[in-house]
Write a protein that binds this ligand. Structure first.
Ligand code: GDP
Ligand code: MG
Length: 452
């Protein structure tokens, strides 16, 4: 997410951050580079201009030019400005006075409406809320089937009347039905078009009147850049939108849509789609996204993800194993599997402070999903005894393991070395001396988020 923009911005800011006093010329040049980076990321030119002017003003207001930490100051100002541009606060969904709260999901064809309906339902059900999905896209028979599949995965109730009725009929009756099933949330999936047309807008207006939604979410494809911003403006002027969902943020969207859409339309982004699967939906937090764009990671999201993936018992067990130097390949395998559950490796690395900038170096294959799959295969080809005491694995066994896992002896060696290194590191960290060193490292990092 935001890879190119992040690389450019961290490049400029890193240079500034390492300097003390700055001349006006240096600042101007840096701001010009930031502006160029924004435009290259397809940020709306007016938004980019406001962004730069606002930084300029704050920098001058603060009279920081002569300060010894001028660079650090600009980083902070840029971060604040980025958060403001992304919408400032995080907005939660509007909840109705009476149950169910109704969400109407609208957007163009292929933007990800049906997928988003399924993902939202999944979120609600996981929070223990009864959720109904209404299949009001009656124009494509496959759409109903798709919603049913996602609804089933999510554990939600899917209401459909086939495609012999009008969308308004389905929506109206669906709401009644979901009331009877005592739903907390009712999500209405609708049809899209390839372009905005009169027929679609009229249908959506009618559905809106029929279901009186508490929330109207417009789903837009982040890959379409500035076009997403235009679409949002048009939908908003006709239908009235209360929140945005930017999908396909896991793809190579340059980020322009995310950075411009709220500033231009005034509508907050509430969620982002980060994958095709049912759990690929994140709440949109402007401050966390800003932090990722500036290469400062996103520890809060990382911890939340870890908490929802690893259970407490597992963590305690692991802790005690590390303390007692009992961490073996069996545990290593368990860790790999848990990490895999957290999502694609590139998305996780992005959240680790300092890692984001280094990710490109890792693309050579040190930590990626394919490498994980390989490690998993290698460990699975070992006997339980070998997993517990890997130091006993000699040359001929290494060859056998390589053959069994479809890898090379070199791969096996690499894994065993890696494991040894990790084990040493863990032992060191578990010692009082190591603990102190770690604390010191973190303190130092705190003073300059760009010093990796
Ligand atoms: P609809 O026509 O608006 O209902 O769009 P769909 O929900 O059918 O989605 C269109 C395509 O986009 C499908 O192949 C989805 O799997 C894919 N998709 C939706 N959201 C995301 C996302 O956040 N990331 C990725 N990678 N794919 C997505
Ligand atoms: Mg659909």
């Amino acid at each position: 997410m935001f890879e190119v923009l992040r690389n450019k911005l961290t490049g400029v800011l890193n240079r500034l951050g390492n300097k003390g006093r700055l001349t006006e010329k240096e600042i101007d040049e840096a701001l010009r580079e930031i502006r160029r980076a924004l435009l290259e990321a397809d940020v709306n030119y007016k938004v980019a201009r406001t962004f730069i002017n606002s930084i300029k003003q704050k920098v001058n207001d603060d009279e920081i030019l002569s300060s010894i930490a001028a660079g650090q100051h600009i980083i902070k100002v840029t971060n604040d400005e980025l958060i403001a541009t992304l919408g400032g606060d995080n907005y939660s969904l509007n909840v109705g006075v009476k149950k169910p709260s109704v969400i109407l999901v609208v957007g163009l064809n292929g933007s990800g409406k049906t997928t988003t309906c399924g993902k939202l339902a999944n979120k609600f059900v996981r929070d223990g809320e009864v959720t109904s999905l209404i299949a009001a896209d009656v124009h494509r028979p496959a759409a109903i089937e798709q919603l049913k599949i996602m609804g089933e995965q999510a554990g939600a109730n899917v209401i459909d009347y086939g495609n012999n009725h009008s969308a308004v009929y389905v929506a109206e009756n669906g709401i009644e039905m979901s009331k009877r099933s005592q739903s907390d949330w009712t999500i209405v999936d609708t049809a899209g078009r390839f372009q905005i047309d009169e027929e679609l807008m009229t249908e959506l207006e009618d559905i809106k009147t029929a279901v009186s939604p508490d929330e109207v979410l417009l789903v837009v494809d982040a890959m379409t850049g500035q076009e997403a911003v235009n679409v949002a403006q048009e939908f908003h002027s006709r239908i009235g939108i209360t929140g945005l969902v930017l999908t396909k943020m896991d793809g190579d969207a340059r980020g322009g849509a995310a950075l411009s859409i709220t500033s231009v339309t005034g509508i907050p982004v509430k969620f982002i789609g980060v994958g095709e699967k049912i759990d690929g939906l994140d709440i949109f937090y402007p401050d966390r996204i800003a932090s990722r764009i500036l290469g400062m990671g996103d520890v809060v999201s990382l911890v939340e993800k870890a908490q929802s993936t690893f259970d407490e018992e597992q963590i305690l067990k692991l802790e005690s194993k590390i303390k007692n130097s009992q961490f073996d390949l069996e545990d290593f395998l368990e860790q790999i599997r848990s990490l895999k559950k957290m999502g694609p490796m590139n998305q996780i690395l992005e959240m680790i402070p300092g890692f984001a900038g280094k990710k490109n170096n890792l693309a050579s294959g040190e930590i990626d999903d394919a490498q994980f799959a390989k490690s998993e295969a290698i460990i699975c080809s070992m006997t339980p005894d070998e997993r517990r005491r890997p130091q006993q694995i000699g040359g001929s066994r290494r060859r056998r393991i390589a053959k069994g896992s479809g890898t090379s002896a070199q791969d096996v060696n690499q894994l065993l070395n890696q494991f040894k290194q990790i084990n040493n590191l863990m032992k060191e960290m578990a010692s009082p001396k190591g603990n102190k060193r770690l604390m010191k490292m973190m303190e130092q990092r705190g003073t300059n988020p760009f010093q990796f």
